[in-house]
Design a protein around this ligand. Sequence first.
Ligand code: ATP
Ligand code: MG
Length: 349
Amino acid sequence: MDDGKATGKFKETKIMKRILTGDRPTGKLHLGHYIGSLRNRVRLQEKYECFFIIADLHTLTTKPEKTADLKENIYQMVLDYLSVGIDPQKATIYIQSQIPEVAELAIIFGNLVSTPRLERVPTLKDVMKDAHITIPSYGLLGYPVLQAADILMVRANLVPVGKDQVSHIEVTREIARDFNRLYGERLPVPEVLVPQDLGTLPGTDGSGKMSKSAGNVINLTDSPEEVEKKVMSMYTDPNRIHATDPGKVEGNPVFIYLNAFCTEGDKVQVTSYENQYRQGQVGDIEVKKFLAKILNNFLDPIRKRRAEFEKQPELIEKILKEGTEKARKEAQETLKAVKKAMELDYFSD
Ligand code: ATP
Ligand code: MG
């Protein structure tokens, strides 16, 4: 392998910090994903060496019976990624289940964390509630261990997560520290990167969060007509009955969306609608029509890019294959170092 001494270029990429983040392929990505993670990834890929994991094994922890959908979900998810501007030349997109080393690492790491510790991970209860699970499986309890294997496998330095995921990453940090204490410094202890400006996008029903299972989403793949239909039935200010009633802008999802997706050029109009709305000088229908236009303007280039990639299924497969191969090389390197450190390297190469 090129050690980079001659080119200098390799050296440069070597000192780039590494990022691992990704998604479970459970369905279509929506505007909430865009605000909460995708747009940040598009920025991060410029500055860091990014690994984007499609965590299909993680879907088994809550839906072990739902494997038939994974193939199509993965394909659609890659289209979602590419259509928002994730660039496979800059970032590595890979499929978790195609890297057997990750399972081996998870087995090793499972011995470095206690079951009460895993039971205390705050998201476990939420996940169980959402998935109507009363007793967690071994796999679900071990979710943060598998995640530790994902992160440490590529030796990521930074893990961008939503606030809800910080507690998982803490388990990864504990495992890495414990490993290093027992077997010698081998694994970088990753830092959490909680982006300041991302926030949570509420659902079209005005609930706390846009999410698939709540059925309150606008998907990146929705047609202009679907977007318009969903926007026209959006929740606004429940206390406002007539267009002449003063309305509430703060916390009103219509205005939250307007501010999140309008272009610089549309800002003046958004502010003007906010003022009119507060004073009861504009109806919901007019503002919603404007929002549908703003969202469709935002989604149009995404739709166009997606249509281009949809014509090239072989390219999608190539991106996934090459990405997985690249990530697997990292995994093999890590596992080798891990086993050597543990003196589990019984045979000479
Ligand atoms: P489900 O309903 O199955 O839980 P979901 O639509 O909530 O699905 P997740 O897969 O739970 O999507 O989301 C993965 C990540 O995407 C979250 O950890 C968060 O970072 C981001 N995300 C999802 N929904 C939103 C949202 N409404 N606002 C901001 N970020 C979001
Ligand atoms: Mg969710």
